[in-house]
Structure formats: structure tokens, C-alpha cells
Design a protein around this ligand. Structure first.
Ligand SMILES: [Zn+2]
Length: 242
């Protein structure tokens, strides 16, 4: 399957030395992390809210307990392991061929696979801070806490995750645009490209090869040189790093 596409991707990667990878939820689904937006209807029946509403700043403020119930159950998968996509991208970085991974995921699996330059547009479940004193807590502490995770000072802990209604970190945006504008190859994987800011970022790409790897057809025509409609881990797993 996809033999010709994988051969072409191998050629492109062999021809590149400044690859940037831009990934979305599809990169983590092969590590058995479901997209929280597709959470089952039980929560919506219970709260009468959509996942997007629950994972919003105002919901966090007004119904912190409900937020954490959903967040711990549907967004924190601490046993998940990196898949072929994460591992191959880390290998490409180590070989000096890939300069940055830009991700919309919050699971930390790129770092778990060994990637160093990871730009997390939506933050990470692995960083959590007390809103009163700023003390740091890891994901296990939050996941294991009863109800709302509290700091030793009594303050409320908030994940360093960008919620709906909150802005992205300008520094992460700046670094992402810089990496894309300097890349010779941009590989977009596991995202439909319709989600902000993915669509806008692509406009900064001035390099040679634009590749899209996504299980379902992408919603937006981006003029990719190569488009592979397959799971990203399956495809990248066949690439040989030279
Ligand atoms: Zn505190």
C-alpha cells in the first residue's frame, strides 16, 4: 500500500536538510489517544456541553470540577507511548535533517520519543501551575488528585494548556513561523488544516517540498507536492533515515 507515495516521500526526505513537521490530533491517535473533540456523548448528556465548551476558559472558571472530570478522563493519557511517527521524527532531528516539530497536541509524546525542538502550540498536560503561588506540578499529580487539584498553599492548579477563548503563546507562534519560513520541506500530518492557526502558518512556507499525510482527505487545497491519505505512523515508519 502507498508504495509509490512512500518512495516519493523517501526521495523528498533524502533531498532535505531543514524539515519542519506540523502535526495535529491524528499523530496521537496511533498511540491510542483519541481526539477529545470526538469524546462520546455521555459527557454531553451529563453537562449538556460540547467538548469544546468544557475545554474553554469560561468553563474552567465557572465549573472547575466539571472541567477536571472531563480533562482527566478524556485528555490525560499518561500511559500512552510514542508511535512510529514520533520516533521517526526524533530520529530525523538527531540526524540533523529536521529542525522543528510544531504540534497541536498536548500529550508530550514527541519529547517522550526524544525530540528536542518541539513547539507546543496548545501547551502540555505535563506542565501545571498553582494559580496563587506558581508552584509547578506534574501530570501524575493532577491526574491522581481528587476533584480539583490543589496546591500545598491551597491555590487552584491550572494546566499549561491553551483552552478555548485563550490566546496562543506569541513566542511559540513566532518560533513556529520562523521555523516554517526557513524550512526546505514542510510535512503536515494528522490534521485537517482547517483548525486555526494551521492554515495561516502554511502561507509562510517558502521551501521546496510541501507534503500532507492525513488519514482523511484534507479540507483545504494547499497545493501539496505529495499528499498521502494514510495513517502518519504507518507512512513514516517506512522511511529510512540516511
Ligand atoms: Zn500554590
Amino acid at each position: 500500500m502507498y508504495k509509490e507515495e512512500v518512495r516519493r516521500l523517501q526521495e523528498i526526505i533524502d533531498d532535505s536538510s531543514q524539515i519542519v513537521f506540523f502535526g495535529g490530533a491524528g499523530v496521537s491517535t496511533e498511540s491510542d489517544i483519541p481526539d477529545f473533540r470526538s469524546a462520546d456523548g455521555l459527557y454531553q448528556q451529563k453537562y449538556k456541553y460540547s467538548p469544546e465548551q468544557i475545554v474553554s476558559h469560561s468553563f474552567f472558571v465557572q465549573n472547575t470540577e466539571g472541567f477536571y472530570e472531563f480533562y482527566k478522563d478524556k485528555m490525560m493519557f499518561l500511559d500512552a507511548l510514542p508511535n512510529q511517527a514520533h520516533l521517526k521524527l526524533a530520529e530525523l532531528e538527531k540526524a540533523g535533517k529536521l529542525t522543528a516539530v510544531i504540534t497541536q497536541n498536548i500529550d508530550g509524546l514527541h519529547q517522550a520519543a526524544g525530540s528536542k525542538n518541539v513547539l507546543e502550540l496548545h501547551g502540555s498536560i505535563h506542565r501545571n501551575y498553582c494559580q496563587k503561588c506558581g508552584k509547578f506540578y506534574d501530570a501524575a499529580y493532577v491526574k491522581g488528585s481528587e476533584g480539583i487539584p490543589k496546591c500545598s498553599c491551597g491555590g487552584r492548579i491550572k494546566p499549561d494548556v491553551v483552552l478555548y477563548e485563550e490566546g496562543l503563546d506569541p513566542d511559540v507562534i513566532r518560533k513556529s513561523i520562523q521555523a516554517i519560513s526557513r524550512a526546505d520541506t514542510l510535512i503536515i500530518g494528522g490534521t485537517s488544516l482547517v483548525v486555526y492557526p494551521a492554515a495561516g502558518f502554511i502561507d509562510h512556507f517558502r521551501g521546496k517540498h510541501l507534503v500532507v499525510i492525513n488519514k482523511s482527505a484534507t479540507a483545504r487545497e494547499v497545493g501539496a507536492e505529495l499528499s498521502i491519505a494514510a495513517p502518519i505512523g504507518e507512512v513514516l515508519g517506512r522511511i529510512v533515515v540516511k
